[in-house]
Design a protein around this ligand. Structure first.
Ligand code: HEC
Length: 104
């Protein structure tokens, strides 16, 4: 029992040391990739640096707010948290950071 507890806490330390980009990738793959990898319904594609540069012009805070609260833009509709209301605001923020990092 004691040994199990030790293993558990070692895993927790290992998990918490993953950086935000890695966490963001996991969230992105599970919740955002369906639209943002292929550009479904007008979603800006991850990897399209031109599309993201323009959007980043409004500031990271606005991008994150649009991803959390949802956003009707000229290209289409971004559902709040991509439709995954179980995600925390921080998880969405990490996913946006990952998307931007992968679209430089
Ligand atoms: C159902 C499809 C869909 C899913 C799933 C989705 N998005 Fe989007 N997203 C869109 C569309 C469409 C737009 C473009 C809206 C526009 O500008 O007209 C968009 C735009 C965005 C933008 C740019 C907002 C801006 O202000 O320019 C961000 C950031 C974003 N999505 C993040 C995410 C994140 C993070 C997830 C996963 C948690 C996600 N999206 C999941 C469809 C989706």
């Amino acid at each position: 029992m004691r040994k199990l507890l030790l293993v558990g806490s070692a895993m927790a330390v290992a998990l918490s040391s993953f950086n935000a980009i890695a966490d963001g990738k996991a969230t992105y793959d599970a919740s955002c990739a369906a639209c943002h990898t292929a550009g479904v319904a007008g979603a800006p594609k991850v990897g399209d640096s031109g599309a993201w540069k323009e959007r980043l012009g409004q500031g990271m805070d606005i991008l994150v707010e649009h991803a959390i609260k949802g956003y009707q833009g000229k290209a289409g509709y971004m559902p709040p948290k991509g439709g995954f209301s179980n995600l925390s605001d921080d998880q969405v923020k990490e996913a946006v950071a990952y998307m931007l990092d992968s679209s430089k």
